[in-house]
Design a protein around this ligand. Structure first.
Ligand code: NAP
Length: 255
């Protein structure tokens, strides 16, 4: 175990962030750890990166465990939740963050590109949430935070599969918030704009310039900008917020 760099007061709660081996998920897991949550770090392919994130999280004096699961198969997402509960003893916060893009115009989009994006981004978030809710209902408390996207609200050419998955996540958020509010479970969505990560590094210079021109705060976001909202939604202070979709987009798409 790494030497504590800055020990925090433990909340006694466990948070699972899917796709926390890198990018936004990594920042969310580390900020949750800094705030005293024990964290389940999940990876798809990058186990070594996930181990590094866990070591960094342990530096805050909390428990951090690593879990691997390929979320292109939704059954793996519910199994992941069950494994986290079995190994860490409880689950208080589920952040459905893992996501992929397979961009192309709709007329050229293959069925497998549609299916892979919908299954990873939406169906796995559903099966993970279903498994988590069963556990959270017994505790009469829980937080589910779905990482959607500004494009799920505004649409975007070349991303029919991704946009549909993110709009679906926003709908899922509203439905689950209504079903389980009475059980003390809040469900919210976060809609990031253009955030610097491996996902956006793939975009060409013209697309990046076009996005930047539309951002009133005149900069791209950082993973920590999104992580700060996730930590707030996971905190006791956010206990009366549910069914919402909150943008972190520098003003790109006010709604
Ligand atoms: P990223 O850098 O590409 O990281 C994606 C994460 O998801 C990785 O940890 C990856 O794990 C995991 N993942 C991907 N496919 C998986 C699979 N089949 N099974 C299991 N895990 C899988 O992406 P990001 O930019 O951090 O985005 C995180 C989330 O924010 C996504 O849902 C994305 O749609 C959303 N978002 C991002 C932006 C942005 O500007 N970056 C904007 C709006 C919304 P491994 O590397 O271990 O495989």
């Amino acid at each position: 175990m790494t030497e504590p760099q800055q020990t925090t007061t433990s909340t006694g709660k466990v948070a699972l962030v899917t796709g926390s081996s890198r990018g936004l998920g990594r920042a969310m897991a580390l900020e949750l750890a800094r705030s005293g949550f024990s964290v389940a770090i999940h990876y798809g392919r990058n186990q070594a990166e996930a181990e590094k994130v866990a070591a960094e999280a342990q530096g805050f004096g909390v428990q951090a465990e690593v879990f691997g699961a390929d979320l292109t198969a939704p059954a793996n997402a519910s199994a992941l939740v069950d494994q986290v509960i079995a190994r860490m003893g409880r689950l208080d916060v589920l952040v459905n963050n893992a996501g992929i893009t397979r961009d192309t115009l709709a007329i050229r989009m293959k069925d497998e590109d549609w299916d892979a994006v919908l299954q990873t981004n939406l169906s796995s978030a559903f099966t993970a949430s279903r498994a988590a809710i069963k556990h959270m209902m017994r505790a009469r408390a829980g937080r589910i935070i779905n990482i959607a996207s500004v494009v799920g609200l505004m649409g975007n050419p070349g991303q029919a599969n991704y946009v549909a998955s993110k709009a679906g996540l926003i709908g899922l958020t509203k439905a689950l918030a209504k079903e389980y509010g009475g059980r003390g479970i809040t469900v919210n969505a976060v809609a990031p704009g253009f955030i610097q990560s491996d996902m956006t590094a793939e975009l060409n210079e013209d697309t990046r310039k076009a996005y930047l021109a539309g951002i009133p705060l005149a900069r791209f976001g950082q993973p920590e900008d999104v992580a700060a909202l996730v930590v707030f939604l996971a905190s006791d202070a956010a206990g009366y917020i549910t069914g919402q979709t909150i943008g972190v987009d520098g003003g790109l798409y006010p709604h």
